[in-house]
Design a protein around this ligand. Structure first.
Ligand code: NAD
Length: 249
């Protein structure tokens, strides 16, 4: 049997990049989706290949339906199968109270986090579903602890978007169970990645750290471990579930 194929959205850096590299080490062929950072995506692919695995980079904005269709068409041409989808792409904008948020910002945050997860899940399920000639599979959605905390005064838009992702996770797990597709989520807490460069506030990292029982932020690799477990056959009876990777918060 040929090696399984994992598609990771937004995988040119951060948690997505760490997931791509760990996936290669665990025997997956890896499709690295990126929106604009072609060079960074190529560097992740080089690490996948250094782990002895095949992989490729495919550009697409996952919030745009036409681009998602092209991404999956390219995946079909290249591998003709999909075993795991990791809906990782997401954005966070500058922190502010809800009263100051514009509709345009709300739409951007929903598009990247929610539309992307919807569109990629729909296309993946078409290929994985037993009733459509697929072999089953797994979807792992990268949500956030913010979905549970609400992020008051900071990012209620982002928390609401991740809440929608969580609800989609629970619903899809039930809708797709008979198709032998498992759907789960991870909820990272504060993880050291570039996402915080866009939503930054002086001293935020230290303020957030004191709210974490382990008194530290997490590394992308620590989230990747949870994603890989949920994707694997070790999680064969786990669906509609969430792992919080948040230092005990
Ligand atoms: P990151 O900014 O380093 O990575 C996010 C990636 O998604 C980027 O490469 C970005 O270009 C890509 N992306 C964004 N919108 C896209 C789109 N429309 N189409 C394609 N790609 C797109 O940040 P990260 O921390 O690695 O974030 C990964 C995921 O983890 C996100 O969903 C984020 O919300 C979630 N998360 C992160 C943290 C944290 O503290 N870092 C905490 C909770 C959840």
């Amino acid at each position: 049997m040929s090696q399984p194929v994992m598609l990771i959205t937004g995988a040119s850096r951060g948690i997505g990049a760490a997931t791509a590299i760990l996936a290669a080490r665990q025997g997956y062929r890896v499709v690295i989706n990126y929106r604009s950072q072609a060079q960074a995506a190529a560097a992740v692919l080089a690490e996948v290949q250094a782990a002895g695995q095949d992989g490729c980079c495919i550009q697409a904005d996952v919030a745009e339906e036409e681009q998602v269709l092209q991404l999956f068409a390219e995946l079909d041409r290249r591998y003709g199968r999909l075993d795991v989808l990791v809906n990782n792409a997401g954005i966070l904008e500058t922190q502010m109270p809800l009263l100051e948020m514009s509709l345009a910002r709300w739409q951007r945050v929903m598009a990247a986090n929610v539309y992307g997860t919807f569109l990629c899940s729909r296309e993946a399920i078409k290929r994985m579903a037993l009733s459509r000639g697929g072999q089953g599979g797994a979807i792992v959605n990268v949500s956030s602890l913010a979905a549970r905390l609400g992020a008051p005064g900071e990012y209620i838009d982002y928390a609401a978007a991740k809440g929608a992702v969580d609800t989609m996770t629970v619903g899809l797990a039930k809708e797709c169970a008979a198709e032998r597709i498992r759907v789960n989520g991870v909820r990272p807490g504060f993880i050291y990645t570039d996402i915080h460069a866009s939503g930054g506030e002086p001293g935020r990292v230290d303020r957030v750290k004191t709210a974490v029982p382990m008194q530290r932020g997490g590394q992308p690799e620590e989230v990747a471990e949870a994603i890989l477990w949920l994707a694997s056959a070790k999680a064969s009876y786990t669906s509609g579930s969430f792992i919080e990777v948040a230092g005990g918060r």
